[in-house]
Ligand binder design. Structure first.
Ligand code: SF4
Length: 402
């Protein structure tokens, strides 16, 4: 049997068991959402707050909304150094900026086509189905929308978004995001998936969610059966640290995969949280073992209040370089940065090229082994046999935003 192990799931905290809270409530996502920590007094159940942390809750300068599930809080240790505490606890450092802070670092507003739809890349759209999350991660990139807890998507907004997708046949993929789409009820989700699946040109539906991390209670047989019904549906989840990957969460990830729902993970490199190669490998190998593909390792966006959480690009690249050659390609997440103001993604990979001489390219690999690659002549490149169907598809894809 493989030796790989997952974090033991913490038991119900004393505060709740002393209140005779039934264990079945602890394992209910509805109870977790209804009993989320929002106020200073709630956080004091789990943490000893510094004076500066206490003041954040009453600061006249508003910080990003504050909320966490009791389950996620129970994963954090009460030390300022703890990774999960840093992700969920508002920091006084959010109130100032040394480098860069933007309300909309991805430039989403420029590409907003309806009140809930962002069309940045030609073949896919981002559909913001809710602005609510069960945990407001302090590094969130979509602070211009997320966390306002205004309301569910209105019928008019839903119809407007679906009409836009219907009228753009080049759109092949719809990414449900927000907010966290899995905070919606099963019936709300089913309605959205039903509408999208009835659009002929929508091939792939993606759902981005932190619920498997912060409230695995949400994942059950009924949910995975709904997702399976509207296949192909891909789940993009968002574990940042192996301490988040409890045995309970691992079980829920397997439930998705066992029901034919491919799962990918997007992590964000965060200063003082997970910016070390040992942490990235630990998370990635565990995810891969569960058949979850570690997909992206994002550079944290310069969203308001995140300066203290951002790693330098050099730091991130060093981590990637150290992992190279030691971590299976299957387990290696792609280091990527979103170009501010909506420029799209910039990918980073280590360069092993050392010299070009004529048609020869010389390399030195990750462990110092050198080799020469003789590059075929550019003039000898010929087109393959082109199929008009593929060409037409390609044209439709490229022009879908017009
Ligand atoms: S779950 Fe996602 S959208 Fe919600 S606060 Fe965290 S990073 Fe932002």
């Amino acid at each position: 049997m493989p030796k790989i192990s997952f974090r033991k799931t913490p038991t119900i905290p004393n505060y709740y068991s002393n209140q005779q809270i039934d264990i079945s409530k602890w394992y209910s996502s509805t109870w977790q959402l209804q009993n989320s920590l929002k106020k200073k007094e709630h956080f004091e159940i789990f943490f000893s707050l510094s004076e500066a942390e206490k003041n954040i809750f009453t600061s006249p300068k508003k910080v990003f909304n504050i909320r966490t599930t009791p389950y996620y809080a129970s994963l954090a240790k009460d030390t300022g150094e703890d990774a999960i505490r840093k992700i969920l606890m508002p920091s006084p450092k959010e109130l100032s900026s040394d480098y860069q802070e933007m309300l909309d670092p991805l430039g989403e507003k420029v590409n907003q086509k309806t009140s809930r739809l962002i069309h940045r890349y030609s073949d896919r759209v981002l559909f913001l189905v809710t602005d609510f999350c069960s945990v407001y991660c302090r590094y969130c990139t979509r602070k211009h929308f997320t966390g306002q807890e205004q309301s569910l998507i209105k019928d008019t907004e839903f119809i407007e978004a679906v009409s836009y997708i219907k009228s753009h046949p080049g759109i092949r993929e719809v990414i449900l995001s927000g907010g966290d789409p899995l905070t919606l009820s099963n019936s709300q989700l089913e309605k959205i998936l039903f509408e999208l699946r009835s659009i002929e040109h929508v091939e792939i539906i993606r759902i981005g969610s932190r619920m498997p991390v912060v409230c695995p209670q949400r994942v059950d047989q009924e949910l995975v059966s709904i997702l399976r019904k509207f296949k192909p549906v891909f789940l993009m989840t968002h574990f940042n640290h192996p301490d988040e990957l409890t045995e309970f969460a691992a079980e829920k990830l397997e439930l998705f995969v066992d029901h034919g729902i491919p799962v990918f993970n997007q992590m964000v490199l965060l200063n003082g949280v997970n910016n070390h190669e040992s942490i990235v490998q630990a998370l990635s190998r565990r995810l891969l073992y569960l058949r979850v593909k570690p997909y992206y390792m994002f550079q944290c966006d310069p969203s308001i209040g995140t300066d203290h959480l951002r790693t330098s690009l050099k730091n991130s690249q060093e981590i990637q370089r150290k992992l190279w050659g030691h971590l299976s390609g299957l387990a290696m997440p792609q280091l990527s940065l979103d170009i501010p103001d909506g420029g799209g993604k910039a990918y980073y990979v280590p360069s092993f090229e050392i010299q070009r001489v004529g048609s020869s390219i010389f390399y030195e690999g990750w462990d110092g082994i050198r080799g020469e690659y003789v590059n075929p002549d550019q003039q000898s490149m010929v087109n393959p046999l082109l199929n008009p169907i593929y060409l037409e598809e390609w044209d439709e894809l490229k022009t879908s935003k017009n």
